[in-house]
Each structure stands twice: as structure tokens, then as C-alpha cells.
Design a protein around this ligand. Structure first.
Ligand SMILES: [Zn+2]
Length: 307
């Protein structure tokens, strides 16, 4: 099969759920207050950990937390579980129960829970850094069920931000991929090259620029694969593949990328044979593959299966 037809073999783990976000409810305080009596709340601590119970998110009855939606709570979804049920997210410094974060549990949670956790983390992260108005410096307060903040001085409204980043599988059109490693990563880990899309730049142009800047290689035939929200703290990863000449010199910039090399398909397959939680190093493998919930791993898996 031609490499041009490469597609994601699976939907990225954090992209599986298309949650009903019920945007029409955000400006309806009466409906929100009425819904609170049957609502459930996802509590997230300051390090983005959430209570997990038997491999699922532990959602708490809203009325056990407050009589009405707290000002800082965010309506993240409406679930149809025997009637429409509002799901809210709140920060709580030390929620009771067994806590885990999205990196360690994202691959274990079902589609709905992974989507709830991803959305909660993305929007709660934004609130933390949006307390002052970018126009006049005044303080802001949450409105629209947590989906905007309004300046109390000038009335300007701001909305949750997401930073687009392009991540690219660079291959030779045959059996090799070019992977790099960042200096801060655990020893032996290699992954796809990635970078933030700059102002005024297309994602495709970003791919070409980032690969050239980071390892001195020029790619062409840039093709889009799919996307995944990545709330660490607020990215949207846009996955691509692109082709490079394997004879071209690879010159890591030593700053963002300390090493980059070509790996054969068989080595990639070996590296992907074990699960990964991001923190572990696996000696004896050709390299340590990117973490289970990353779109990087999903793209690599799709590529090794695509022959
Ligand atoms: Zn203002």
C-alpha cells in the first residue's frame, strides 16, 4: 500500500468521545440551577488528578458539594443516562478517594471518561491563567457556566484558549522513520518531532519549519492524519506525516532535540510491543516509544501496521 494512503489505525485515545457539550445551556441559569439537583461533579486537584474508582472516574453528586452551581464550576457535558444529566468540573485541593492523572489513566478510562477528564483539565487550566483582563488588567469572573470570563471593569469577554501544535511522522516513503529525542526525556526515549504553530502560520508550514529547525532536514509531501486535545497545559496536537530523503544529513539543533536517527520498521514494532506510562525506560529495546495516550504513539502504531 502506498505511504500516501497512511491513515490513523485508531482514533487517538483522548479524541474518542464526542461529548454533548450542551452549549445552549451555558446562558440559561434557570436550567443550570434546575439541573444541579441531579448533576454530577468531577473534582480535579491542583495537579490535575481526579478520583478513580474501579478504573472509572468517580463523579460525585452535585448536591453533596453545594446547593447550586459554584461560580468557578464548569459545565463540561450533558450525559443521557436515564434522563439528561449535567456534568460539572470543579477544582478541589484535596478530593477524597484514589487519585490519578490523565497521563497515567487516559489509556485505561473508557471513551466518555477520558473525554470528560480531558475537557475538565483543559478548561480548568485556562481559568487558572485568565484571572486578569488582557485589555485593561481588571479582574475577571467566570460566566457562561465556566466557558468564558468577563472583565468586571470593561466588560470584555475571553474564552478558553487552545494552542495548536503540529506533530509529524517523518518517513522515507519505505521502511524507515526519523525520530528525535528531547534532552529532558528519560534515557532511550524517541518520538515524533513536534512544535507549536506560530502566529500567521499554517500547520503544514509549521511541520516543514519545525523539522528543518530541529534537525536540519527538509520534508515534503506533508499530509494530515488527525488530531488530539493535549491539555498539558493547553495544546491541540495536529498529526501529520511527511517524507524526507534518508541520505540527507541529520543535524539536531542540540537545544530542542539532542539526537535524531532513522529507525527501521522492525525496530519500531519492537519498541511498541510494550505498554508505556511515559516515565519508564525499557533497556533492551531499540528505543523507548512515546507514552500510551500520545498521538505520537498512535501514529507510529498506524505506520508499522501500514505496509
Ligand atoms: Zn477589562
Amino acid at each position: 500500500m502506498s505511504w500516501r494512503a497512511l491513515a490513523l489505525a485508531h482514533t487517538p485515545l483522548l479524541s474518542r468521545a464526542g461529548l454533548e457539550r450542551a452549549a445552549w445551556l451555558r446562558a440559561d441559569p434557570v436550567a443550570l440551577r434546575d439541573g444541579w439537583s441531579s448533576a454530577l461533579v468531577l473534582r480535579m486537584d491542583d495537579t490535575n488528578r481526579v478520583p478513580i474508582d474501579n478504573g472509572a472516574l468517580h463523579l460525585q453528586a452535585a448536591l453533596s458539594i453545594a446547593d447550586a452551581p459554584p461560580a468557578e464550576a464548569v459545565l463540561i457535558a450533558v450525559l443521557d443516562t436515564g434522563g439528561a444529566r449535567h456534568i460539572w468540573a470543579v477544582r478541589e485541593s484535596s478530593p477524597s478517594g484514589s487519585l490519578a492523572d490523565l497521563r497515567s489513566t487516559g489509556a485505561l478510562l473508557d471513551a466518555r471518561d477520558a473525554g470528560l477528564c480531558t475537557t475538565a483539565q483543559a478548561v480548568l487550566n485556562w481559568h487558572r491563567h485568565a484571572r486578569f483582563c488582557p485589555r485593561c488588567g481588571g479582574t475577571t469572573e467566570p460566566v457562561q457556566a465556566g466557558w468564558a470570563r468577563r472583565c468586571v471593569s470593561c466588560g470584555r469577554e475571553d474564552y478558553p484558549r487552545t494552542d495548536p501544535a503540529a506533530i509529524c511522522l517523518v518517513h522515507d516513503g519505505a521502511d524507515h522513520v526519523l525520530l528525535g529525542r528531547q534532552p529532558a526525556w528519560p534515557a532511550g526515549r524517541y518520538s515524533l518531532l513536534a512544535g507549536f504553530v506560530e502566529a500567521g502560520e499554517s500547520a503544514e508550514a509549521c511541520v516543514v519549519r519545525e523539522v528543518r529547525e530541529e534537525i536540519g532536514v527538509t520534508v515534503d509531501d506533508v499530509h494530515y492524519l488527525g488530531s488530539q486535545p493535549w491539555p498539558f497545559p493547553r495544546s491541540l496536537m495536529l498529526g501529520f506525516h511527511a517524507r524526507a530523503d534518508r541520505r540527507a544529513p541529520v543535524v539536531p539543533d542540540r537545544d530542542e532535540i539532542e539526537d535524531a536517527r532513522w529507525f527501521h520498521r522492525d525496530d519500531v514494532r519492537l519498541a511498541l510491543a510494550t505498554d508505556d506510562d511515559w516515565t519508564t525506560t525499557r533497556p533492551g529495546l531499540p528505543f523507548t516509544a512515546p507514552g500510551s495516550i500520545s498521538i505520537a504513539r498512535g501514529i507510529l502504531q498506524s505506520w508499522v501496521q501500514h505496509e
